[in-house]
Each structure stands twice: as C-alpha cells, then as structure tokens.
Ligand binder design. Structure first.
Ligand SMILES: [Zn+2]
Ligand SMILES: [Zn+2]
Length: 446
C-alpha cells in the first residue's frame, strides 16, 4: 500500500553512497527535522560537509558522537539556533570530538567550519533525552530514541509523522560487545526505514567477537615474543574502550603477556565520560564496577601518557592511541618511530575510510606521508586488521529488518556505493520490500 497521502519529504543531504557527513532531512508542511549533521573525514572543505537543508530546521537529532554524525552540528546550531536532541553521553562525547576536530583542522591548515566558541554554544541548545522517552515536537510529529548498540549513548531515531513511522538507524550493532548491548529490536511497526550499510555486502561477515579478540591477543603475544612493540590506533570513542577492556580481561586471565600499556590522545578524556555515564554500559560491566568500586578502564595496567612523555619504546609494549585512521593525533608520532621495524605490529581495529592513511596501510602501501609536505616514511612493520566492528554485518542487518513489522520501504545509506546498491537489490529480492540507494541531494515523497 502506498501512503503518499502523508506528503513527507525525505531528503538525503549527506552520507548517501558514502561513509561520512551523515545528514537526512524530514519535512512535513512547514516543519523540517534534521537527522544527524556529520562531516566526511576522508574529504576536505566543501565536499566534507552536508548539503544545505531546503528550510531552516526546527530541530536536529544526533544519533551518536562520532564525527561522521555529529561533526557539523556546531555549524548548524550557529546558523539556525534550533534545539538539538540526543542522549547526554552523545552531547558530552560529541563536544570532545568536535574540539579535537578543530585541533586537527588547524594542524592541517584547513579553515574549520566553526569556532571553539560555536562548539561550546551547542550546549545552550541541547536537550537531554533518554531511550524510550517520547517527545512531542508539535505539528503532528513525535520522536523517540532507541538503543542502537554502536557506542556509549548511541541511538536510533523513531519519528512518528501523522501516524507514519520512520526509523533512522544511525550506526547499528547487532551483537553484544564488552561495553554495549546490541541494538533494541522490539521495534513494532515501522513504515519507512533508513538503514546504515557500512558492512552490507554479502562478503561482509563478521567473525564472532570472541574469535576476533582471541586472534587480536594471539597476534599481540607473537609480536611481543619476538621483541616487537605493538601500536593500536583507535577511535577515541568506543573502540578504545573495547580494546582496553579486552586487554584487561586477557591480562587478568593470564593469556596475554603483561607489558606496559600506554594510553595516549583524547582516550583519557573520553574515559572520564565513560566513568560519568557508567549506567549506559552493559549490565555485566555495570555489575563489575559496582562490586569492585572501580572501572576496569582505570586498572593500574594502563599508563596514561601525554604526547609520548615517559613512554619507553626500547622495550616490548603496547600503545593505544588516536586517531583510529591515522589522520592525526599522537599516533602519528608513534607510527614514525615504529613503522620501519618488521618486529613491530600495527593493529587496525576499525573501519578505514578510503583516502585515509589507515586505509592506505590496510591496502599494503609501503611508504606513507605523515604530513602533506613531508617526506614519506617506510612501513616495514606487520600490519593486521581486526574486525572489532561496532556495525552490523549483512546477516545482522537482515536479522534486524526481519524484526520490523509492516515495513513498506527501505533507504540504504552510510556505505560504499557498490555495497549499498548490492544490498538494496538483495532486500528487494529477499524481502519483497521497495528498497532504494539514494544519492546525495535526492528527495523522496513518502
Ligand atoms: Zn559511528
Ligand atoms: Zn557512522
């Protein structure tokens, strides 16, 4: 049944057939709601930001703090002064990441899209909402956030526009990790689904989390045994904490060789937010914190360092540092010192956007430039990728879709173009639901 009577305009302003600058607008009469306001980390300037909405937004929802979803928010708030809705951890983590983004832009001599004052000004427009609490936006629009399982505080947005239910997943995880329970799947009826597709290809199959962890720990043990040093570039939010908790658990059980573990970059500040919002963690870790009165992220096996001070790289050790795609931050200094020794191991633990240094290492490039005008450095160390992904793979995405009742159409976004096209075709074939691979700038009337 076509419900075109609702006359809702759905426009993809960013994140269509790409991973980055996620932004979707939902317009009904004179009301416009923005879902996410991200930046593209693999692009610079104009192409890195979402397209302009057709009208000033009445509200913006941010699903989670990662910059591809929250990185453009200060520019939107500064221009339109509209309210912003998200969970409290998303607000605090988003602010940290936006500030860090400004620092990186300055390092790269790129004019940032907003100032640090504009980042701070977001707070006065931000409204806290928790999962499962309905808010009335008036004009026949109601909204609710649901747990998406991706990182601390991450949410899906469920919008009810004159009885038409739209679900926007943001980034979605359909398996439990050390810090997060998987996405909420008690979704009831949904008419229109806008779903992420990062790992939507048929060839994308995540091994179990336990398997990934064992492989990660075995590889680290091997590198340490041969006298190597291990560099783990991580995203400060989410992946850093998952990696730290894995190492902590395997050291506690005696499986992983105990060597100094250095934590550098903004992970330290992010851990403070994790301490503050411990109630958003999984029940198992919540209980551990209650019983021991200490977060495992604060274990004394970790040494917090600032800009490599006090780090002894002459001995086997593990360094966990930002940024996860090696686009800046203290990890660059470590890479410079460690990349030419084949005994060393570099563990890539997250999705590497094309165009980034992390992706070039993953693709086997043996010479990497560490600054735009600098000389390239040789990469002889071992490079390994570990699928710690906080995104659902194709079977996870299909399992998620199967839980939804009454679904009429699906828009696939947030993924490489070929994956999105392949995935939407499979949804049509297997689920007999209209599925689309929209382009940026395209508007659909639903
Ligand atoms: Zn994310
Ligand atoms: Zn994302």
């Amino acid at each position: 049944m076509n419900v075109s009577l609702t006359n809702i305009e759905l426009t993809f302003l960013g994140g269509a057939r790409e991973v980055g600058r996620s932004c979707v607008s939902i317009k009904k009469k004179n009301k416009l709601i923005l879902l996410d306001a991200g930046i593209h980390l693999g692009k610079v300037r104009g192409d890195a930001y979402p397209l302009e909405p057709s009208d000033p937004p009445n509200a913006v929802f941010i699903t989670h703090a990662h910059l591809d979803h929250s990185g453009y928010l200060p520019a939107i708030i500064s221009k339109y002064q509209c309210p912003e809705f998200s969970t409290p951890p998303t607000q605090d983590l988003g602010e940290l990441l936006q500030m860090d983004f400004l620092k990186l832009q300055r390092e790269w001599n790129i004019e940032p899209p907003y100032t640090s004052e504009e980042v701070m000004a977001v707070r006065s427009h931000a409204e806290d909402i928790n999962y499962m609490v309905e808010i009335n936006l008036r004009g026949g629009i109601r909204a609710m956030l649901l747990r998406s399982g991706h990182i601390l505080g991450a949410a899906m947005v469920r919008l009810e526009v004159n009885n038409h239910i739209i679900l926007y997943t943001g980034d979605l995880s359909t398996r439990n990790t050390r810090t997060q329970d998987m996405a909420d799947t008690s979704l009831g009826k949904v008419d229109t689904l806008i779903i992420e597709s990062t790992y939507a290809a048929q060839s994308d199959r995540h091994p179990s989390f336990q398997k990934v962890e064992r492989n990660f720990i075995d590889s680290i043990n091997k590198a340490l045994d041969r006298g190597g040093r291990v560099l783990v570039p991580v995203f400060a939010v989410g992946r850093a904490q998952e990696v730290m908790l894995s190492l902590e658990a395997y050291i506690r059980s005696g499986v992983l060789t105990q060597v100094p573990i250095y934590i550098d970059g903004m992970i330290k500040k992010v851990n403070e937010v994790y301490r503050l919002y411990w109630s958003y963690l999984r029940p198992t870790i919540r209980r551990q914190i209650r019983y021991t009165r200490q977060s495992p992220l604060e274990s004394d096996i970790f040494f917090e360092v600032y800009q490599r001070k006090g780090v002894n790289l002459d001995e086997p050790c593990i360094i966990i540092s930002t940024s996860g795609m090696l686009e800046g931050g203290p990890v660059i200094g470590y890479l410079k010192q460690l990349s030419d020794d084949p005994k060393n191991l570099i563990c890539l633990t997250g999705y590497q956007v094309s165009g980034t240094r992390g992706r070039r290492l993953q693709d086997g490039e043996k010479e990497i430039k560490l600054s735009p005008n600098g000389e390239p450095v040789k990469v002889d160390s071992e490079i390994k990728s570990f699928e710690f992904s906080a995104h659902a793979d194709q079977s996870g995405l299909f399992r998620f879709i199967s839980k939804i009742k009454g679904l009429e159409r699906v828009y696939c976004i947030h993924g490489e173009e070929w994956k999105i096209v392949e995935y939407s075709e499979r949804i049509e074939k297997l689920k007999k639901i209209d599925a689309y691979s929209p382009l940026n700038g395209e508007t659909y009337l639903i």
